[in-house]
Design a protein around this ligand. Structure first.
Ligand code: HEM
Length: 499
């Protein structure tokens, strides 16, 4: 016999089916109605940032990308999915960025909201700007070596793969902040231990395998012994960080450090700070936390920052009047003694045009280029008039948000002025900020935002002040496999011409 509860449930479902437009009516490419292969194939093509935009132009604010994946573009829907109090968790797609065991998780992949908030609470102070300012010396050290390399290139007027060198800078800074030691990429521009290509392997494999996530454990098992595969890359980074934690523990034991006496000024890098926290509170913080946070820093922190640095330089070099205005600002600061040889973070924060340039480049070219997938909670959800069943993946691509003409007029043009108060009115600024999401949304926004901010704000003014660069190609090609990476960002490096 049916209970009144089940009757109620059936009635509710029937009402949903009758009142909401059926799932089949959600617009999208024909093949996407039947198979995930369509979306898989489009991601594999490496241009989904641009294709996602075109899809919304063609089909409207909600687009079916597969029988269980829906891309959204409207502000109201974004609020429903990512806003305060939302029950949407990260979707199963993120499981493909970790080892396939329920015991493995990271702050980036965690789908357990309770554990995730606890983790963020434990470690967010490490990532705060005030804490990060201790690392300014680390950033200076890598920036100095980078400047040396650029000077050498400039003497010979050499053309270089600029993105590669910016990756070397970003990897070395992350190595130093996290483990107290540069990896050494900037010494010769070599991909030391193959780490740069390893991170790429992980991204390619994970962003595709996540679409068929139920097959992920099997795929992982089949591929983890194959050299050059994503699982092999993931294991490499995990083992690398495990080894770093082991070395740190040995050092602490040999050094006879009494955990309670260890003070922050003595222990500067991330791992050391976390080890202090672990020894003070072993019930709550374990070696696993150290390893997991170390992995996250390496995988999430290097490419993203390098891509952003590349985008800032690319748009500056393509837009001479903006480059000229930024250089003028930096020169004025220099002539007023407000700009040190190694520009400090504090000094950079006082340059309004620099801020506008960086903000605009982050809008035009956000490092992540696929929808930030979230899972529809139990009971399903109504999105833009459609009923989306529980368990479906739904999300917005930052590129879709950032190229929305309603929020960013003339969205395809690089216009830093749009972010300057006085040129743009307060109402328009408020509107743009609502759709601005280079570091993600809601409770899952980027944890490393301030690390990259520090790296970017210190390096860009020095590059503009000290060097001239000539683009080899006026337009670049990119590859979007979760991170939207420039493939041919080549520039000739020149010493700055005296004007
Ligand atoms: C300009 C550089 C960066 C950009 C554009 C960027 C962008 C993002 C975005 C869009 C997300 C949200 C992903 C999602 O919802 O699926 C995210 C999350 C995250 N990022 Fe970044 N990121 C950058 C730099 C960094 C750095 C330097 C680190 C660490 C050293 C880092 C660590 C993380 C972590 C751990 C998360 C997951 C946070 C969570 O789920 O609670 N990121 N980032």
């Amino acid at each position: 016999m049916r209970s009144p509860e089940s009757d109620h449930h059936i009635l509710r479902l029937a009402k949903e089916v009758i009142t909401a437009p059926s799932l089949i009516s959600i617009p999208g490419p024909f093949l996407a109605r039947f198979t995930r292969l369509w979306y898989f194939n489009r991601v594999l093509s490496g241009n989904f940032d641009k294709e996602n935009l075109d899809l919304h132009k063609k089909y409207g604010p909600i687009v079916r990308l597969s029988p269980g994946h829906y891309s959204i573009s409207k502000k109201a829907d974004v609020k429903t999915v990512y806003g305060a109090g939302s029950r949407f968790t990260k979707a199963a797609w993120y499981d493909a960025f970790k080892e396939p065991s329920p015991h493995n998780w990271s702050v980036f992949t965690d789908r357990d909201n309770k554990r995730h908030s606890e983790t963020r609470r434990k470690f967010s102070s490490l990532y705060s700007m005030s804490s990060l300012l201790h690392y300014e010396g680390f950033v200076d050290a890598s920036a100095s070596i980078f400047m040396e390399r650029l000077n050498e290139f400039a003497q010979k007027e050499e053309t270089i793969d600029f993105h590669h060198w910016l990756q070397c800078y970003a990897f070395d800074v992350i190595g130093q902040i996290t483990f107290g030691q540069r990896f050494g990429f900037l010494n010769k521009g070599e991909d030391i231990m193959g780490a740069i290509s390893t991170v790429r392997q992980i991204l390619v494999f994970s962003c595709l395998a996540g679409i068929y996530v139920e097959w992920y454990p099997l795929l992982y098992k089949l591929m983890n012994s194959l050299p050059g595969s994503g699982p092999r890359g993931l294991l490499f980074i995990i083992n690398f960080v495990v080894d770093k934690v082991r070395q740190l523990n040995e050092k602490r034991i040999q050094g006879g450090e009494n955990p309670s006496e260890t003070t922050i000024p003595k222990t500067q890098d991330f791992m050391e700070r976390m080890a202090v926290a672990r020894d003070e509170n072993p019930a709550k913080i374990t070696d696993y936390h150290l390893q997991m946070m170390g992995n996250s820093n390496v995988i999430a922190g290097s490419d993203t920052t390098a891509i952003t640095l590349s985008a800032i330089m690319y748009y500056l070099l393509r837009t001479p009047h903006v480059h000229c205005r930024l250089r003028r600002e930096i020169d004025e600061f220099t002539s007023q003694n407000r700009c040190s040889e190694r520009i400090t973070f504090k000094e950079s924060q006082e340059m309004p045009y620099l801020q506008a340039v960086i903000r605009e480049a982050l809008r035009m070219h956000t490092a992540t280029g696929l929808p930030l997938w979230r899972e529809v909670p139990s009971g399903g959800a109504e999105i833009n008039g459609y009923f989306i069943p529980q368990g479906s993946a739904i999300g917005i691509n930052t590129w879709v948000a950032h190229y929305d003409e309603e929020f960013f007029p003339d969205a395809k043009s690089f216009i830093p002025e749009r972010w300057i108060e006085g040129i743009t009115d307060a109402e328009q600024l408020r509107k743009m900020n609502e759709m601005y999401m280079p570091f993600g949304l809601g409770g899952r926004t980027c944890l490393g935002k301030h690390i990259s901010t520090l790296e970017i704000y210190k390096l860009i003014p020095q590059l503009i002040r000290d060097f001239d660069f000539e683009l080899e190609n006026q337009t670049w090609t990119t590859e979007n496999l979760w991170f939207v990476k420039p493939m041919d960002f080549r520039v000739k490096v020149l010493l700055r011409k005296q004007e």
